[in-house]
Design a binder for this molecule. Structure first.
Ligand SMILES: [Zn+2]
Length: 317
């Protein structure tokens, strides 16, 4: 079975596998899931065993993945009677349950989750960094209140995208699952909008097949295959990623690895993004700079809200 969440020993918090991936690639965080331990998220169950009774991770560090990342039981992992994370025999024999993301967060939170270390850690100068204290006068805790149930919110874009992509053949499911972003609530089905229909509504998650990625060495432009029609005329669509945006990104290395692999890839790739809506702009023609032509374009403002990936089954949607 796949775990919706697992208890991370070093952070003393329950994390989704998408949180773990985010931390692994974050160059500002001292985190390595291979050196950490992940335990059953059921508090009662976890208390019954020592910290060696751990889970394993799947696709926690692979930049480009096809199969849904998750935590799972090792053959040695034990659970108390009645723990809902105990493996059934059926799950142990087949890998079928690895094919879909079943844990749909109902909210995509736009501010990044902050992870607090439980112990004091030595800083660069040997100073002890203060562990942030939780303010007792503020009973409203962070939006990510750890509990034992399925995590209802995520700030990692890859999570709702994986829900959509791995269930792309199940339209009824996507139409039945709610998703909230900011003040806007809809279903997964309506929140994910094909790029060619971007004029339908603003503020959605737009996605489409990539035609080409222009590599300007330190900046990139992603061109989509489908065009937007306006007044019976087709217009190309692209998003632009600036050098400054990439240079300041805390997951810069992982991002460059991903996009450079995508530039050379022969396989069909898709781009998903949230936060900007491409708009019609007039740009000078290369052949004839006196002339301009129209293109729907946007500058990406937050790389946390952009993903390039394969999406098997997306072609037929
Ligand atoms: Zn358990």
């Amino acid at each position: 079975m796949k775990f919706d969440t697992a208890y991370c020993l070093s952070l003393n918090e329950k994390l989704s596998i998408y949180d773990v991936r985010d931390l692994n690639f974050d160059e500002t965080a001292a985190f390595d899931s291979d050196k950490d331990s992940f335990l059953c998220p059921n508090d009662e169950c976890r208390a019954a065993f020592d910290t060696g009774n751990s889970l394993s991770t799947f696709n926690a560090k692979n930049v480009n993945y096809l199969r849904t990342p998750h935590f799972k039981n090792k053959t040695s992992t034990r659970h108390i009677d009645g723990c809902r994370y105990a493996s059934t025999h059926k799950a142990a024999t087949g890998e079928n349950d690895d094919e879909r993301e079943e844990h749909f967060p109902s909210e995509f939170v736009l501010t990044r989750r902050q992870y607090e270390r439980k112990t004091l850690v030595a800083g660069i100068n040997g100073n002890l960094l203060q562990t942030p204290t939780k303010t007792p006068s503020n009973p409203v805790a962070s939006p990510h209140v750890a509990n034992d149930t399925t995590p209802d919110k995520t700030s990692v874009f890859a999570h709702p995208v994986e829900c959509y992509v791995s269930n792309i053949d199940d339209k009824d499911k996507l139409k039945s699952m709610p998703l909230k972003i900011g003040d806007h609530t809809a279903t997964y089905w309506t929140f994910f909008k094909k790029i060619e229909y971007l004029q339908d509504n603003k503020g959605l998650i737009y996605w489409g097949k990539i035609k080409e990625i222009k590599d300007y060495t330190s900046s990139f432009r992603i061109d989509f295959e489908k065009k937007v029609w306006l007044d019976k005329k087709p217009y190309s669509v692209n998003v632009y990623l600036s050098k400054k945006l990439i240079d300041n990104y805390r997951k810069r290395k992982a991002f460059l690895e991903q996009i450079k692999a995508a530039v050379d890839s022969e396989r069909p790739l898709y781009c998903f993004f949230y936060g900007v809506t491409p708009e019609l702009k007039q740009v000078p023609s290369k052949k004839n700079p006196e002339q301009t032509f129209g293109v729907f374009s946007a500058n990406i403002e937050n790389l946390d809200h952009l993903i390039i990936r394969e999406a098997p089954g997306a072609e037929s949607v």
